[in-house]
Write a protein that binds this ligand. Structure first.
Ligand code: C5P
Length: 243
């Protein structure tokens, strides 16, 4: 049995960066506050984390000028009593927002998930798989899927292709990404390189990052078509799973 099981008092937290403007989705409300099936995307994401039995603390990182509004919104939609909810203002870049969320974690948290607000439909099985792999001793864990498309590296100035990485060696990674808390804090303290996910900061520390299977319904709502797909997935769940 992994060591961490011995101390049952230590808790798992989810940090949800939700401070992005979501410009690729078009003008209007910040992405996390747009609705899906009548419920804000952020509320879906928070519920997706709360559904995992291990997660008892959730930190939502709100747009810098919108923390009070986000707090009121989450209170209005309600969460299980067993979940402690903190809301803090975010920063200019995603990693600034994650860092601000990490800064308010209670001392008794030893496992941290970082989950994009923009992935409202991640199934609980995926969240559980990430938590279990961290609890079993991996310092960093990411859900991943094989790619459907062939990917090219390019010169963005000339638009010329510079290479074609072998597709079988590539994965698309999702969130929640899970971490041993001390490892993630150290990564955020020491890695200043511009990155688009948290696991890559742990890679920069030279530590292993473990993959677990991702899920196609954990996709990121980024472009208008993603909203159409998300509405369809939600409608199916409500019709068949009492979601
Ligand atoms: O921009 P991208 O799609 O990578 O954003 C991923 C997540 O990071 C989104 O949930 C977004 O709200 C969040 N984010 C943030 N603070 C920023 C930029 C993005 O919390 N400054």
């Amino acid at each position: 049995m992994p060591n961490s099981y011995k101390d049952t008092n230590l808790r798992t937290a989810a940090v949800i960066p939700a401070a992005g403007r979501g410009v690729r989705l078009g003008p209007g409300t910040p992405k996390a506050l747009r609705t899906l099936g009548g419920v804000p995307i952020l509320v879906h994401a928070v519920r997706a984390m709360a559904r995992a039995r291990a997660v008892t603390v959730i930190v939502v990182v709100a747009p810098a000028d919108g923390a009070a509004e986000v707090r009121a919104l989450l209170d209005a939609h309600g969460l299980p009593e067993s979940t402690e909810l903190l809301v803090v203002p975010g920063g200019d870049e995603r990693q600034d927002s994650v860092r601000l969320g990490l800064a308010v974690l209670p001392p008794d948290v030893d496992v941290v998930l970082v989950h994009d607000a923009a992935r409202p439909l991640v199934p609980v099985e995926t969240v559980d798989a990430v938590v279990n792999a961290v609890r079993a001793g991996a310092p960093a864990v990411v859900p991943a899927l094989p790619l459907a498309d062939t990917v090219k590296s390019v010169d963005p100035v000339t638009d010329l292709v510079t290479g074609t990485p072998e597709r079988a060696l590539l994965r698309a990674v999702q969130t929640p990404q899970g971490f041993d808390r001390a490892t993630l804090v150290r990564a955020h303290e020491s890695v200043t390189k511009d990155v688009t996910d948290d696991a890559s900061m742990v890679e920069h520390l030279g530590l292993p990052v473990l993959l677990v299977p991702g899920h196609e319904e954990a996709f990121k709502v980024t472009r208008p078509l993603d909203l159409v797909l998300a509405e369809a997935v939600l409608a199916r769940r409500r019709a068949t799973d009492g979601y």
